[in-house]
Design a protein. Structure first.
Length: 428
């Protein structure tokens, strides 16, 4: 089979790597791809926001399956357009993707379908923020309603901070573009986890569980990012909790979306806070997570192509998804200045090829005409490894990362710190 993967980040590199392992896959094309993906797949230039260009590429390549990686093509209706042409494509329609593209839609949906989540208020102006703040005492989280590449969430200690964050969102100061709606949300306490389910419009099946590290600094401090690392272990959640999340959250989402005539097929990413009152949903994403995917694929024993095809063909529950016992981890190397303003074009050197104990997934790299690999994004590399336990997986990932260099490279040295009960950041 020929598979076309849309996207050019670390998540897509991990998906291409996993698909290449399938004995049924004869060719993988990736658009636009990146400097690392080019070692595994033929890369074709594409602007992922251009649905018509994607349709032309699909017509030219005639793939047996298209896999949409990033959220932007989903929001633009790429799946709808391809399905209308009879193309088999893995991912949700534009309507179903609203679970991610509109936080207001997602919160209202959870309220309608009794899915546990934090108290919230949708505000369309600073005046509405001022009116809502007294109804939400204590710490708050302020969120941009639409897509914001992981940077549209501000965790606030005081109501004054919450008001200032909302003001920056409405004015455009925070993201460089003004927004029309923000959410004020009750601040929950507890560890976060990411629960992934493969859905076919009727049934949801557990894919795996991981924990992301969204804050820039050690000890989960600093601004939110797209994710600075992740890990997956056997005991991240109990089997009972995993079963509860599948039935009471993921399956309830699939049932609700089908009842509202927006059947959900693809990957449902459920971001959860494990509070003292039980799991509560923070957000939905409607695609594979990044950097969680870079960790999860290292544990995946089931052929990824089998999983994707089953979802597209409406038989997700027919595939037994198995993960290797043990653990896996991913550490992200980012450009200086990220998640704020950063420079690109920095030369990357060191050991970048896949090794026996670690894989280097490229998130933001570009291969120059002279063969030099350079940085092309905020998150540059996702160094991933598996092991018998989390400590072994992290040791392998950090050892590989210490053999890579580019000017201004920064990364967190404490991925998995809560699970390991570390009192201080890792050296390296």
């Amino acid at each position: 089979m020929k598979v076309l993967v849309v996207g050019g980040g670390g998540r897509e590199h991990a998906l291409v790597w996993a698909l290449r392992k399938s004995p049924r896959v004869t060719e993988v094309v990736c658009a636009p791809g990146n400097g690392g993906i080019a070692d595994l797949a033929r890369c074709e230039r594409l602007e992922v926001t251009d649905t018509q260009a994607l349709e032309r590429l699909v017509s030219q390549e005639q793939p047996d399956l298209v896999v949409i990686g990033p959220e932007i093509p989903l929001a633009a209706g790429a799946v709808d357009a391809l399905q209308a042409s009879g193309v088999r494509v893995f991912g949700p329609t534009q309507a179903a993707a609203q679970l991610e593209t509109s936080k207001a839609f997602a919160k209202d949906f959870m309220q309608r379908w009794a899915i546990p989540t934090a108290a919230y208020q949708v505000c369309r102006s600073l005046a509405e923020v001022d009116a809502a703040l007294p109804r939400l005492p204590g710490g708050l989280v302020v969120k941009v309603d639409g897509l914001a590449a992981g940077k549209g969430v501000v965790v606030c200690e005081t109501q004054q901070e919450a008001r200032r964050a909302a003001e920056q969102m409405f004015s455009g100061e925070l993201l460089g573009v003004a927004v029309t709606r923000v959410l004020l949300e009750e601040r929950l306490e507890g560890p976060e986890i990411s629960f992934f389910a493969v859905c076919d419009g009727t049934r949801a099946v557990t894919l795996g569980v991981a924990q992301d590290h969204k804050r820039m600094g050690e000890g989960d401090t600093g601004p939110n990012t797209g994710g600075m690392g992740a890990y997956s272990t056997d005991d991240l959640v109990s089997p009972e909790t995993s079963a509860w999340l599948l039935e009471q959250v993921a399956q309830r989402v699939v049932d609700g979306m089908r009842a509202e005539h927006m059947p959900f097929a693809g990957v449902l990413f459920v971001g959860l806070m494990m509070t003292a009152d039980g799991p509560k949903v923070l957000e939905f994403n409607t695609r594979f997570g990044d950097p969680e995917t870079e960790a999860l694929v290292l544990r995946l024993e089931t052929d990824l192509l089998d999983i994707l095809e089953a979802a597209v063909e409406g038989r997700a529950s027919s595939v037994a998804i198995r993960l290797k016992p043990g653990a896996s981890a991913c550490v992200v190397a980012a450009s200086a200045g990220y998640p704020g303003t950063y420079e690109t074009g920095k030369p990357i050197s060191g050991e970048l090829r896949a090794a026996a104990e670690a894989l280097v997934f490229h998130a933001g790299t570009r291969l120059e005409s002279d063969g030099q690999l350079v940085t092309s994004g905020g998150r540059v590399l996702a160094v991933s490894a598996a092991g018998a336990d989390l400590n072994e997986a992290l040791t392998r990932a950090y050892a590989a990362l210490n053999n890579i260099q580019f000017p201004g490279m920064q990364f967190r040295r404490d991925i998995g710190w809560r699970a390991l009960q570390q009192g201080s950041p890792r050296s390296g």
